[in-house]
Design a protein around this ligand. Structure first.
Ligand code: NAI
Length: 332
């Protein structure tokens, strides 16, 4: 069986890291046919929109996508291409596994967290306006339906993957309605899974606790903005943005992408770490049940990391993207 996957190369380092990922997946014999579709600045030039309908249709048809980071032109009235993609395709789960990798030295060993971010609501709903020259209003949207469906997804995922405890984190003391709705939805669904430990914590306390010692946490469930911020924080605990993969998952469709952005400071230099997008590609292979090939590539990656000879600059080495990619392919 061959899977057709929509490939959005993205902006900045996007083409470099998605290019490396495709090379490695192809070299490992992953049964994928790539269907390229534009997004970001390239799409603005061609279609006048950073996430054109034709790209959304390609993902709708294939139900699978691999995406590089996208830039959204500022001050030109465009909404974020990423937010648009997630909302239009109803990819309500932002799934970000954050774990310690071999050969990468960080203050904590054995970190194994899953950050789950509600992907469609909150301040990202994009409802804002100026009510006078001095004041703007931005609305935080939170529905019981969305709170419940991501909580249910979280508990089902934990049940199927043997995860032990889940923490819902928010700021309901200050935002009682919007955050309270999310917390209430979580409690309602949690009562259906009495064999899974669950708890709640204010998001500021969680940030502090994560910095102190992330190893006591397992699965974290957050609204959109808190999840966005804490995913980057969690990435910092295991080696940085270059190593943390992610997925945007809905009931029918999933688009896989790294947590990081377009990294304009290093774009075009050929030195970006492709690991985060590559590991997102492995999540995709696992998602469709191609576990064997995913595990083979993961082993090759771990061997290269453990050897430490061909690491990119963000991991303390001096290999460029191409050398790092070749080292993984050699291990395959
Ligand atoms: P960023 O993640 O692009 O960069 C933050 C820092 O991490 C930079 O120093 C960068 O060089 C480094 N970094 C990121 N990925 C790396 C990699 N693979 N290898 C080595 N170093 C890496 O965040 P920033 O600078 O805040 O955002 C830049 C642009 O990306 C913005 O336009 C933003 O809107 C966009 N963005 C897009 C995302 C997406 O498409 N999902 C997610 C986050 C930001």
């Amino acid at each position: 069986m061959e899977y057709r996957v929509t490939l959005i190369k993205g902006d900045g380092i996007g083409p470099e890291v998605t290019g490396a990922t495709c090379r490695i997946l192809n070299a490992a014999g992953a049964p994928i046919e790539w269907e390229e579709a534009p997004g970001g600045l390239e799409a603005v030039e061609k279609f006048g929109h950073p996430m054109p309908e034709s790209t959304l249709n390609s993902v709708r048809k294939n139900r699978l996508g691999l995406k590089g980071p996208l830039a959204t032109p500022k001050g030109k009235g465009y909404r974020s291409a990423n937010v648009h993609l997630r909302q239009e395709l109803d990819l309500y789960v932002g799934y970000r596994p954050v774990r310690t990798l071999p050969g990468i030295s960080t203050p904590y060993s054995d970190v194994d967290l899953i950050v789950l971010r509600e992907n469609t609501e909150d301040l990202y709903a994009g409802i804002e306006h100026a009510i006078n020259e001095d004041t703007v209003l931005t609305l935080k949207v939170s529905t019981h339906r969305s709170g419940e469906r991501i909580a249910r997804w979280a508990f089902e995922h934990m049940r199927n993957h043997g995860r032990r405890s889940i923490l819902c984190s928010h700021k309901s003391a200050v935002v009682p309605l919007a955050d309270g709705a999310f917390a209430d939805a979580f409690e309602r669904i949690a009562s259906e899974y009495p064999y899974i430990e669950h708890d709640q914590m204010p998001v500021d306390s969680l940030s502090f606790e994560l910095a102190l010692d992330p190893r006591s946490f397992d699965v974290l469930l957050l609204q959109n903005l808190y999840g966005d911020i804490l995913s980057d924080l969690a990435a910092g605990l295991v080696g940085g943005l270059g190593v943390v993969p992610g997925a945007n998952i809905g009931d029918q469709i999933a688009v896989f992408e790294a947590v990081h952005g377009t990294a304009p400071d290093i774009a075009g230099k050929g030195i970006a770490n492709p690991l985060a997008v590559l590991m997102s590609g492995l999540l995709m292979l696992e998602y469709v049940g191609e576990r064997k090939v995913a595990q083979r590539i993961e082993k090759a990656v771990f061997d290269v990391l453990e050897e430490g000879k061909h690491l990119t600059g963000d991991l303390g080495g001096n290999a460029d993207t191409a050398r790092f990619t070749e080292a993984i392919i050699d291990k395959l």
